[in-house]
Ligand binder design. Structure first.
Ligand SMILES: Nc1ncnc2c1ncn2[C@@H]1O[C@H](COP(=O)(O)OP(=O)(O)OP(=O)(O)O)[C@@H](O)[C@H]1O
Ligand SMILES: [Mg+2]
Length: 590
């Protein structure tokens, strides 16, 4: 569950509404607002002040140019009682110009620093919130998503969100500067500026035609980057087989195709904006010539013509820059939709609502009551017709129950139901005599330890692999004791002991060695219920017997659910439940 923590910003409510430009931008602004209001308001203040001071500075150009040209035409600035600046010495005007320029430069510097501090904050916060929401979501939510998609959205996608934010700020600066330039230009030469504005509007409209295609290209870029991530990850995951089957060309070809499509999307994006920019430059040259002719016709003083041309050139740069920024922004914004949609969907699928369980902290010791009871439990995987149809069996307290049956019968699904990872769609699952509710899950999980069918070890030290899921941690002695009990004594001969790093760049363990580490990890949790899903499948007969001895030694303090095919393990159970095609076909004490 995503909870509000002291010292951290409140969760961002992201809108997962349709992939629409405006809603994407609104989502980004809302996210920025919620993450750090002070910085956000500061950013707006920087942008506004830059525009205002920049405008005053531009206005000063008129008296400066007039003073240089030795004419007093147009020196009266129509501001605050029409201050007449004709008598102000040139050096004072230039001094004021320099001071205002320094202010503008400082403001722009502050704005850039503020934005670049804010940007990584925003990116990290978006990532954290997406990640937290995914980790707290129901298991079926996780099952329905490609891992590579999630990775692409939370890594590359979030970086694009940061870029979108930078572009949004740059766009806002351009708008404010364009407005201040327009106001000044209107003050200096209203008629010429009005005509020029019509041209600028045309230019802006021309540039606006790039925005939608850029947005669509941005959507395509997101899809392509996810495909690229999937291909890379799939090929790395299958590396052993790729080499053994000498099939690397298949993956290289796939990657090359993905890279090519990615490049095409990027080139298409750039081509559109480059075309518009080139066309705008041509239009500008023609428009500037016409304006000069017009200004001469309208008897605009020469100093004002120079200033107006300067202003209009500046305005053009801002409008052109705004066009480019808007196109880039439109291109980056779909990444905001992606991460917002992922976060919101994960939050909607939150496993444990905020209500707390009213169960007592400990499990009851009533030996008559089974620890777990499944009554006609049914479950179907999302977008599938598979699952379990009718499971009725109990896990008697302090005893070993073995679940067996053919591959695909529903054994792992039954284990996931017992663990509360999956929620029954029909029937009832009782723990300690009462139906297991969502709010009971944290309580229930605190009593569980699980060894999954596919061993999960991370490329870190043995100690970290053992301890990360133990709530109160474990001492080295406890780790060694658990390893010994799990028949993982082989670790004692490792030169770095518990510090031995596993995985890609470290020690590569055999399947059976991995399973024994996973069992040791489960033991360290001191569970009330231990679920072993084919946890001995890779072990030799002798090591398997050692693990069976361990399990037998755990009861009656621990209740055990063992999923197994092998006769030797099945025989170790007090009760055997045989399932086939999602139904219990045989259950009884041995
Ligand atoms: N994530 C999933 N999405 C859709 N169907 C699934 C999913 N996981 C399992 N299934 C299907 O549900 C059924 C039960 O699968 P389950 O993994 O529980 O079988 P199992 O008895 O553990 O098999 P095995 O002995 O091979 O591990 C199978 O038909 C399987 O194809
Ligand atoms: Mg299974």
């Amino acid at each position: 569950m995503v909870s509000e923590r002291p010292g951290r910003s409140a969760p961002i409510i992201l809108s997962g509404s349709p992939a629409d430009l405006r809603s994407d931008a609104a989502t980004l602004i809302r996210a920025a607002w919620r993450i750090d209001r002070t910085r956000f308001v500061g950013q707006i203040a920087y942008v506004g002040l830059t525009g205002l001071i920049g405008g005053f500075n531009l206005l000063l150009l008129v008296p400066i140019v007039n003073a240089v040209a030795g004419t007093d035409a147009g020196t009266a600035l129509p501001l605050a009682g029409r201050a007449d600046l004709a008598s102000v010495p040139l050096v004072v005007l230039l001094g004021a110009f320099v001071v205002l320029s320094v202010c503008t430069a400082l403001l722009q510097r502050g704005s850039a620093i503020n934005a670049s501090t804010f940007q990584p904050l925003l990116v990290d916060e978006l990532r954290t919130q997406a990640f937290e929401a995914i980790l707290a979501a129901r298991w079926t939510f996780v099952l329905q998503r490609r891992r590579s998609d999630v990775l692409a959205i939370v890594t590359m996608g979030a970086t694009r969100c940061g870029m979108a934010f930078q572009q949004l700020i740059r766009g806002a600066v351009s708008v404010v500067l364009a407005l201040s330039t327009t106001v000044v230009s209107l003050v200096v030469a209203p008629a010429v500026t009005a005509i020029a504005l019509v041209g600028m509007l045309g230019l802006a409209l021309l540039q606006a035609t790039v925005i939608r295609p850029s947005h669509q290209l941005g959507v395509a870029a997101g899809l392509r980057s996810r495909e690229l991530q999937a291909t890379m990850q799939d090929s790395l995951d299958s590396l052993r087989l790729v080499r053994a089957h000498d099939a690397s060309t298949v993956w290289v070809d796939r990657l090359t195709r993905d890279f090519e499509t990615n490049r095409e999307v990027q080139i298409a994006t750039t081509r559109r904006s480059a075309d518009t920019s080139a066309l705008s430059s041509v239009i500008l040259a023609v428009a500037a010539s016409i304006l000069v002719l017009l200004a001469v016709q309208l008897d605009v003083p020469p100093a004002s013509i120079v200033v107006v041309l300067l202003l209009l050139a500046r305005l053009y740069r801002q409008v052109d820059g705004l066009g480019t920024t808007a196109a880039q922004l439109a291109n980056s914004l779909p990444a905001v939709t992606d991460i917002a949609a992922l976060t919101n969907e994960a939050r909607d699928a939150v496993e444990v609502p905020s209500t707390t369980s009213d169960r007592p902290g400990t499990l009851s010791t009533d030996s008559e009551l089974p620890l777990v009871e499944l009554r006609h439990v049914a479950f179907t995987y999302p977008d599938s017709s598979h699952g379990v149809r009718d499971l009725t069996f109990t896990l008697p307290r302090g005893e070993i129950t073995v679940l067996t049956g053919p591959s695909g019968a529903g054994k792992s699904t039954a284990a996931d139901l017992v663990l509360g990872l999956l929620e029954p769609a029909g029937g009832e699952l009782l723990v300690d005599g009462a139906p297991l509710t969502r709010s009971d899950l944290p309580w229930w999980r605190s009593h569980l330890a699980y060894v999954p069918q596919e061993t999960v070890l991370v490329p870190r030290s043995i100690r970290e692999n053992l301890v990360w899921s133990v709530p109160d941690g474990a001492t080295d002695e406890e780790c060694w004791a658990a390893l010994d009990r799990a028949a993982a004594g082989f670790t004692r001969s490792l030169p770095d002991g518990l510090d031995t790093v596993l995985g890609d760049a470290g020690l590569r363990l055999s399947g059976g060695e991995r399973q024994r580490l996973a069992i040791a990890r489960a033991l360290l949790r001191r569970p009330s219920l231990l679920v072993l899903d084919e946890a001995t499948s890779s072990l030799d007969d002798e090591t398997e017997l050692a693990v069976i001895d361990l399990v037998t030694g755990l009861v009656p303090a621990v209740t055990v659910l063992v999923i197994a095919h092998r006769r030797s393990t099945v025989d170790a159970g007090h009760h055997v439940v045989r399932i086939a095609d999602g139904r219990v076909v045989d259950a009884g004490a041995r």
